[in-house]
Design a protein around this ligand. Structure first.
Ligand SMILES: [Zn+2]
Length: 323
């Protein structure tokens, strides 16, 4: 079957590279897309990188994957979008778009009559995510984040969908598999789930890393995932994982209560207990100190490495093993 997205077309057995314009209201974004239409029937798999700026590993890995995969080895249709949010990515910004200050990964599925980030999200939903058989969103610890590699998925209340999400998450081959207990919220994978699309979040690398070894780690993971989904068969690229995936439950985000200077006492990988002080925020004007406490018991899976924070900045996230 011909794969058509906007003005881009790929006949069966063909690969098409190009870009499409997304109307963001005040401006347009050129969204790069690679369509790999397999020579055999199979699932439609959509992969996005660059939803956030400053997260380079997914952008690099998606671009390399698009170059490596040929239609002869693909069953079904792969849609690869290495830079899903061009204003934020090329603006060199972190979690927010320079156009409107919005974190796009809090507004999915977006609003085509809304502001620029809402429109960008709605465009991605309409053109890429709706109708996918599986969706994978690639993120990293940003320039200001220490982060352990992990895969995220949601429980949706639909047992069949939950089983697909969980199987995809485990197929990635990372040790940390962290689930959230509902499909609420504006994250891309949660919003995809609410449309019935199996979807996961894959987080790889930290601190704005662009190390080729980290990119390789994600590429290996993507090949394992594509084989699990039936989109590719045996390939020399498929390597067995070296770790056993383990389910964890997402138990809390710690947000900054104030603007000031952040001094963490507990960092990524540390075990903490609910109520424990995990850092302090110092007011540079008068030296006043705000203690910041863990909101749950578990392990810190990412934490803010930046010094300067404002109210609502994510300082840490905590997860707990679920056996
Ligand atoms: Zn991100």
């Amino acid at each position: 079957m011909t794969l058509t997205i906007g003005a881009l077309r790929a006949e069966p057995g063909r690969k098409t590279r190009g870009s499409l314009s997304a109307d963001l209201g005040s401006t347009t974004a050129e969204v790069p897309l690679i369509l790999v239409n397999g020579s055999r029937p199979g699932p439609r798999v959509v992969i996005t990188g660059g939803v956030h700026g400053g997260e380079f590993i997914g952008v690099d890995a998606a671009t390399r994957l698009a170059g490596l995969l040929e239609p002869e080895e693909v069953a079904g249709q792969l849609v690869i979008c290495p830079v899903a949010n061009p204003p934020a990515v090329y603006g060199g910004r972190l979690n927010i778009s320079p156009l409107d200050g919005v974190n796009i990964n809090r507004v999915f599925p977006g609003d085509k009559d809304g502001g620029p980030s809402d429109r960008m999200a709605a465009w991605l939903f309409e053109h890429l995510i709706d109708g996918a058989d599986a969706y994978v969103d690639l993120h990293s610890g940003g320039i200001d984040q220490y982060l352990l590699d992990f895969v995220g998925y949601r429980l949706t209340g639909d047992d069949a969908l939950d089983a697909k999400n969980r199987a995809m998450a485990h197929a990635v081959g990372y040790e940390l598999v962290i689930f959230g207990t509902s499909a609420d919220g504006g994250n891309s994978h949660a919003a995809a789930n609410r449309q019935g699309v199996p979807a996961i979040l894959v987080e790889t690398g930290q601190l704005g890393d662009r190390d080729p070894a980290t990119v390789r780690r994600l590429l290996d993971a993507l090949y394992r995932l594509l084989r699990h989904l039936g989109a590719i068969e045996a390939s020399e690229h498929i390597k067995q994982p070296t770790v056993q995936p383990r389910d964890w439950i997402w138990t809390g985000d710690v947000e900054s209560p104030a603007a000031g200077l952040w001094y963490p006492d507990a960092v990524t990988g540390d075990e903490v207990t609910e109520g424990q002080t995990i850092g302090r925020i110092i007011d540079p004007a008068d030296g006043a100190e705000h203690k910041v406490a863990a909101v749950s018991t578990g392990m810190i899976i990412y934490n803010m490495s930046g010094l300067t924070v404002r109210p609502g900045t994510h300082l840490a996230a905590i997860a707990t093993p679920h056996d």
